[in-house]
Design a protein around this ligand. Sequence first.
Ligand code: FAD
Ligand code: SF4
Ligand code: SF4
Ligand code: SF4
Length: 395
Amino acid sequence: MKDLQKVNNLCSGCTACKYACPQNCIEIQTNTEGFYQAFLNPNKCIECGICHRVCPMEKEIKKTIVSCFAAASEDVEVYCRSSSGGIFSLVAEEIIIEGGSVYGCAMDSNLVPHHKKISRKNQIEELRRSKYVQSDLRDCFSQIKKQLKEQEKILFVGTPCQVSGLYLYLGKKEYQNLYTIDIICHGTPSPQMFISNLRWIEKKHKKKLKEYEFRLKTEKSKETGKYCYRYVFEDDTIEDGVYYRDPFFNEFYDMTNLNECCYSCPYATENRPGDLTIGDYEWGKSHHAEFITFDEISCVLVNSNKGKAIFEKIKNIRRTETKLCYIEEKNANLLRPTNRPKYRTYIFEDISKLGYEQWAKAYFKSIRYFKKLRIFQPIIKMKIYLNKYVKEKRR
Ligand SMILES: Cc1cc2nc3c(=O)[nH]c(=O)nc-3n(C[C@H](O)[C@H](O)[C@H](O)COP(=O)(O)OP(=O)(O)OC[C@H]3O[C@@H](n4cnc5c(N)ncnc54)[C@H](O)[C@@H]3O)c2cc1C
Ligand code: SF4
Ligand code: SF4
Ligand code: SF4
């Protein structure tokens, strides 16, 4: 790709420009940090400016919140198999019952997170749960445009930059048959780093992975109260572990391996692009006692009349109106983008210099890792307490 130049330095890889370009001169390729990014071939470009007009990092689609809810699925299977309250699945089910199809993020047979279309209820499981990796949108935007023109009902679920990119690509025409959900998003990690991590796990265990789960509601996650991964190997053996025992997941948690554009995300605000916004709201239980029996619950922001109509239709749900300020207590990404940690400057350089295996080895010997181990937690808590005490004494 030597002759191609970047379209936008802060590209989220949404694909809108690729499908909008009349000259077909934009390609989505992985950059040096392994993120999907738009590159253009200047030889074919006629400088029409369309790629900039449809770019969600240059122009934003933003709606205004109408109402906010605390919610969780009362369908036990849906609830147990979802990342938080299972609201995505309930909306997806309603769209499918009404004859529509749903676009969301699944993993393919090589465990590459990508967006795909489903139209049957038994396929919802593929899209369920968060894949904490930048999703490959492939040709979803052009497929969606075709289907909308054929009057098909569609639900698209993705990060706010993806939802906004879709609207900008579709243009000014308002499609009554398009429904969108954006997720509250603090950033997406590198897909190439995720693949390197899969190879590292397979080498360490000397067997092939067939599933990688970021956030299942397992015994381990209940016991520790922390995000826990699940590896399922081809011989059907399972390993569950706390996030910091997986180097990739740990960096996601520490926010050091996110796409550069995520640290200045234009969608870290209360004005959302989707008809609905969904996110975590575990702390909502302290405001709404009726959810006390649930481990996790979701927040739902209703941002349009269409969003209101579809949310009112869904069944098997426990919901109660809540306040935006309650949701924002622990969801800072509705107010500001994620802070860029110091280690973000070096992480991809380190991996490229050392190779993934050596880099992972170094991580397990680092102070960052030891600080997270349970046995060191009381010492760290004591240190924080002593620091506070000394500061207060000095005042
Ligand atoms: C990268 C990322 C960062 C997030 N950051 C936050 C946050 O800071 N605060 C917060 O409250 N919530 C965040 N979430 C959302 C949270 O993890 C849950 O997905 C959300 O609470 C909805 O849960 P659910 O049980 O209703 O749906 P689930 O069953 O968990 O469904 C999740 C939906 O998200 C879609 N999805 C999954 N992975 C991706 C991906 N990589 N790219 C695009 N779409 C995807 C799926 O298609 C599905 O439609 C994030 C999610 C992702 C993927
Ligand atoms: S300016 Fe026009 S022709 Fe050139 S890359 Fe952008 S959309 Fe394509
Ligand atoms: S439109 Fe999307 S893919 Fe193209 S430059 Fe902007 S963010 Fe990147
Ligand atoms: S943080 Fe912003 S730019 Fe990054 S993936 Fe999420 S919505 Fe897109």
